[in-house]
Design a protein around this ligand. Structure first.
Ligand SMILES: Cc1cc2nc3c(=O)[nH]c(=O)nc-3n(C[C@H](O)[C@H](O)[C@H](O)COP(=O)(O)O)c2cc1C
Length: 306
């Protein structure tokens, strides 16, 4: 009997739906048992998000400050053959409930020496979050053998407005008569996640172990090379402003509000000035940076292959 643990959390239900389709080929098989663990913080985050609460969450997200978590039904001494860790990205970092779980003593016991597949559903900026995830998993002595990253169907530009509109209103849209497209991962991408579960079933049916090439050739991730530099720059800015905000008080502190307001103005200015300039510059430099970008693309695509 092979045993799988699926760790998940979702605010809108999107990631739960992804998990459901991914695991569909695995459940109800006589020789595979699947345990679903819905991780929950002691004080859950609101959905839809009030504007300031949304912004005020970025310092703790980027600094991976773990929120206290609700007790689990798992003890930690269960012996799983595979752990599927489904998570969403918050501010270029694993979402806080995910961080809360991964930094808990329970995770340290469950994940030690275990193969892990990460399963992401986010807007479309997951590269830096997965870098943090890799560090967290290494710290737990877990082995990352696969990554699946699903992104919003509206694309980078469309989802730039659509995703915030969704999480701040609770309504996927489209909004403003279609000016802001529908947010979220496409239904087709979600349904097609079955292929990953099927690959696990087939590998075990052949009596083969789950290795780092498990999900290769399935289009599990697509690394958008135009976002690599933007993600790195944005993360640096998050760390800088986050440090300042954390020094002013804990999340929710009134002292943070004026700085958050200044930050919003700074962010808006950057988006309409520096970001387009950077894109033009990158396009002009493409012939010179082609090789390095290809290397970066391969690196971020690991282990599933972009
Ligand atoms: C506070 C917050 C920050 C987010 N930051 C990012 C981000 O940096 N990159 C990204 O691709 N998506 C980001 N998203 C979108 C989420 O990753 C995810 O797609 C969305 O919240 C739906 O997830 P759910 O299954 O929990 O409902 C963010 C969402 C929230 C609520």
């Amino acid at each position: 009997m092979k045993k799988i643990l699926v760790i998940h959390y979702s605010q809108s239900g999107q990631l739960s739906s992804v998990v459901e389709h991914f695991t569909q080929p695995l459940v109800n098989l006589p020789d595979i048992s699947v345990t679903f663990e819905n991780i929950l913080p002691q004080h859950d985050y609101p959905f839809p998000w009030p504007f300031f609460r949304f912004l005020d969450t970025f310092p703790e997200s980027v600094y991976l400050d773990p929120p206290p978590m609700q007790p689990s039904s798992l003890q930690g001494d269960e012996d799983f053959d595979l752990i599927i860790l489904a998570y969403q990205v918050w501010f270029l970092s694993p979402s806080l409930p995910t961080t809360g779980f991964l930094k808990s003593p329970l995770a340290a016991r469950l994940l030690k020496d275990k193969p892990v597949i990460t399963l992401i559903a986010c807007r479309d900026m997951w590269l830096m979050a997965q870098e943090e995830m890799k560090k967290l998993l290494t710290g737990l002595d877990a082995h990352l053998i696969g990554n699946v990253a699903l992104v919003d169907e509206a694309g980078s530009i469309g989802s730039f407005l659509a995703t915030p509109a969704w999480v701040l209103s609770g309504d996927k849209g489209p909004h403003l008569g279609g000016l802001i497209p529908r947010a979220g991962v496409s239904d087709n991408d979600i349904v097609c996640c079955q292929r990953f579960g099927q690959r696990i079933v087939d590998t075990w049916a052949r009596g083969e172990p789950l290795e780092r090439d498990l999900l290769q050739g399935l289009n599990a991730v697509r690394v958008n090379e135009t976002l690599i530099a933007s993600e790195k720059t944005a993360r640096r800015a998050f760390l800088l402003w986050g440090k300042l905000l954390r020094s002013l008080g804990p999340s929710g502190s009134i002292k943070r509000k004026p700085v958050l307001l200044i930050y919003v103005v700074f962010l808006g200015t950057m988006i309409v000035t520096v970001v387009p300039l950077g894109i033009v510059l990158k396009k002009l430099l493409t012939p010179l940076t082609k090789k390095r970008i290809a290397q970066q693309k391969a690196y971020f695509g690991e282990p599933s292959g972009s």
